[in-house]
Design a protein around this ligand. Structure first.
Ligand SMILES: Nc1nc2c(ncn2[C@@H]2O[C@H](COP(=O)(O)OP(=O)(O)OP(=O)(O)O)[C@@H](O)[C@H]2O)c(=O)[nH]1
Ligand SMILES: [K+]
Ligand SMILES: [Mg+2]
Length: 430
């Protein structure tokens, strides 16, 4: 494979910028720039030169295969982090036949050299984009092979089941223990149940990666924008005594229980008075539908409106705002006041609990991508065909398909189609 290079550190000016190289031929490129190769994995200070011109004095690391991130001959150049230095070194590398890396190409090569499975590679991408402590922990768990180990163990058991089932086809029945068929079926059922347990966690791992949306909904003047501002701690949305103030969806990002959350304030729900308001209400209802949670706002100075009541459900949290005004309470609603601050601490706590229940850090490794759920779901489905498959050949085929589905998850079988999806998420230089 050709020599690739990329800046491993962020763009812009910095004290140090790390340029990474990988691929067969890295040693030659390094020697041309920095003189005789230093001892493996030992930092060495060198003057980098190209075509008779001094480029920078850099700390140089030579990381020969297989003991590198990619598993290939690799090198690191710790440069002074100025744009002109980086540009000059990149130009020299290109002149020496190296080429800039594609996004995720270093990790892709690490995968191809067996340094990690696909889920671990995804964990590294997640680790780089993790913004919260809970995301970091979930990502590190996956990068360290939490999911990989689980799936590898399942794949091993499935392979053994398949071998037993195939033995049943190959040999005369009298040569085999009589209950072999029943045992394969029982073991497959156990395996399927374990997989189904992980599937039952649903998309919480995905939600922690991606974040949740909470839509604030209610009648005009219920105080939705006032509540958004109170929760955000800044004047993100316009508040006024005029009904129909908010038209566009106003979003505020915050972190609740370690989960990144987008709080979306929306237009008040009612018969619209003009087409702009009608569009605002259409957007509000669309957001209500796609949101993970709904914060329904009623106000103490108005009777509960039908449009908002219709949105009640298991994913809805209900508040009665303007509790600073005289009121008789509202069943199932938390009294709050955006004006006096009453009940806001409790509201925040309820929102945190809801976010944690929906997307909080789980105890063990969880599925973190739709493709994980799809692959595991397929494996479970194939295994559930087993009891109905009368012929040993059909049973073996179901086991083989289940194994193939698991293989797509870890990237050990049938990987071509998923590679681009996985590595496309990376930034260049990783
Ligand atoms: N007394 C009292 N007034 C409030 C409270 N919260 C909001 N208000 C007032 O209610 C009015 C409407 O507040 P907004 O936050 O604009 O209400 P909204 O639900 O966003 O309204 P639309 O965007 O028009 O749908 C404003 O005059 C606020 O000052 C509260 O807790 N107590
Ligand atoms: K208003
Ligand atoms: Mg508003």
């Amino acid at each position: 494979m050709s020599v690739i290079f990329a800046l491993a550190t962020g763009a812009g000016r910095s004290a140090v910028a790390v340029m990474r190289l990988s691929g067969a031929g890295t040693g030659e490129v390094l020697a041309t720039l920095a003189g005789p190769l230093p001892a493996p994995r030992r930092a060495s200070l060198r003057l980098l030169r190209h075509a008779g011109v001094a480029l920078d004095r850099a700390l140089v690391l030579w990381l020969p295969a297989p003991g590198s991130y990619t598993g290939e001959d690799s090198a690191e150049l710790h440069l002074h982090g100025g744009p002109a230095v980086i540009a000059a070194v990149a130009e020299a590398l290109a002149a020496l036949g190296a080429r800039p890396a594609e996004p995720g190409e270093f990790t892709r090569r690490a995968f191809l050299h067996g340094r990690m499975d696909l889920t671990a590679a995804e964990g590294i991408a997640d680790l780089i984009s993790a913004e919260t402590e809970a995301q970091r922990r979930q990502a590190l768990r996956q990068a360290e092979g939490g999911l990989a180990a689980r799936h590898a163990a399942w794949a091993t058991r499935l392979t053994q089941l398949l071998a037993r089932q195939e033995a049943f086809i190959e040999f005369e029945e009298e040569d085999l223990p009589g209950d072999l068929d029943a045992r394969v079926e029982a073991d497959a059922a156990t395996l399927r149940a374990e997989m189904a347990t992980l599937l039952a966690e649903g998309d919480r791992g995905e939600k922690l990666r991606e974040g949740l949306t909470i839509a604030i909904l209610g009648a005009p003047n219920a105080g939705k924008s006032s509540l958004l501002n109170a929760l955000a701690g800044r004047e993100a949305a316009i508040v006024s005594a005029r009904a129909g103030t908010t038209r566009d969806v106003v979003e505020v990002r915050m972190i609740l229980a370690g989960v990144p959350v987008t709080l979306a304030d929306t237009a008040g729900l009612r018969e619209a008075s003009d087409e702009i308001e009608a569009e605002g209400i259409r957007r509000a209802l669309a957001r209500a539908e796609t949101a993970d949670l709904r914060l329904l706002v009623f106000a103490a100075d108005a009777p509960p409106d039908e449009a908002t009541r219709a949105l009640r459900g298991p994913d809805a949290l209900v508040v009665l705002n303007k509790a600073d005004l005289p009121h008789a309470g509202l069943e199932g609603a938390l009294p709050v006041s955006a004006r006096s601050g009453e009940g806001l601490a409790t509201l925040r706590q309820r929102l945190e609990e809801a976010a944690a229940a929906r997307a909080g850090l789980a105890d063990g490794a969880v599925l973190t991508r739709p493709r994980h759920r799809a692959a595991l779901g397929e494996a479970v489905e194939e295994l559930s065909r087993l009891p109905d498959a009368a012929l040993p050949e059909l049973r073996a085929e179901a086991l083989r398909r289940a194994l193939r589905a698991l293989g797509r998850l870890t990237g050990r079988v049938d990987v071509e189609q998923v590679l681009d999806v996985v590595f496309g998420e990376f930034c260049i230089g990783k």
